[in-house]
Design a protein around this ligand. Structure first.
Ligand SMILES: [Zn+2]
Length: 256
């Protein structure tokens, strides 16, 4: 487990051992992997259709610290895809409800909540002790901002988005000097602001992509880096994945 220099005398306690037993029995995880997951801090930006399933799987999986950021309140039109929330939660802050539900799902971990726009916090400072950032936001401006801040702070980024029947996923490890960035792949923030509030999206596509973000975050925590710098595209109507390797753009103003 290259990510965390764990004390070899460290073990899961009895409660953890029982709760995470199916991980302990999984090839590629084991007790050592579960300890790495326990020692990690994942930041989830956006609690929409991607952030809801991603946060549920990371919570259930035992990520030791999870920080949630979102400034929105829950609306009726969110419930078609934002599976953490119920009819009774309409009008409440997403962060408050998500924090409550996730902390109940797994009291052995710490769930932090920040009810602010990502553009109104000191993200660089927050990234100091974060291992992986999940970009679960739904517009190009915040995606480029999150990318630039992760590049600057050399923090791993797992970015996803979904629209209509399609979703995309890509992850980067900016500690590597050869790593491309989100802006290398999607150079301009202009004309990309088709998002879920202005366009339709097929609900379970967000479940697929949010679960893939959680999968990729845990894979990175476990040291599995073979999916970095690969753009995966999923189409629900064709029920198919396409994958493209991406490389650093030498002219990219963000990561040159
Ligand atoms: Zn770049």
């Amino acid at each position: 487990m290259p990510e965390h220099h764990l004390n070899p005398d460290m073990h899961l306690d009895y409660k953890e051992f029982v709760r995470y037993n199916r991980h302990v029995m999984t090839n590629g995880i084991g007790e050592e992997g579960q300890l790495a997951i326990k020692s990690s801090h994942v930041l989830i930006i956006g609690l929409g259709g991607l952030g809801c399933p991603a946060s549920q799987y990371l919570t259930a999986s035992g990520v030791g610290t999870i920080t949630l950021i979102d400034h929105d309140i829950i609306e009726s039109s969110n419930l078609q895809r934002q599976v953490l929330f119920t009819e009774q939660d309409i009008g409440e802050q997403k962060v408050d409800i998500a924090q409550l539900r996730l902390q109940r799902l797994n009291p052995l971990i710490k769930v932090n909540g920040i009810t602010k726009s990502i553009l109104n916090i000191n993200l660089s400072e927050l990234l100091n002790d974060v291992d992986v950032v999940l970009d679960c936001t739904d517009n190009a401006t915040t995606r480029h901002f999150i990318n630039a801040t992760c590049v600057k702070n050399k923090v791993k980024l797992v970015s996803a988005s979904a629209i209509q029947s399609q979703g995309q996923l890509i992850s980067f490890d900016f500690a590597s000097p050869d790593s491309p960035c989100y802006q290398c792949v999607f150079p301009s923030a202009d004309n990309q602001d088709l998002n879920c509030s202005t366009s339709g999206v097929f609900s379970p596509v967000l479940g697929v992509l949010g679960s893939l973000q959680a999968t990729e975050a845990l894979r990175l925590i476990l040291g599995k880096t073979n999916n970095l710098n690969t753009l995966s595209l999923f189409d629900a109507w064709g029920m198919a994945f396409k994958r493209f390797k991406v490389t650093k753009d030498p002219k990219c103003i963000c990561c040159h």
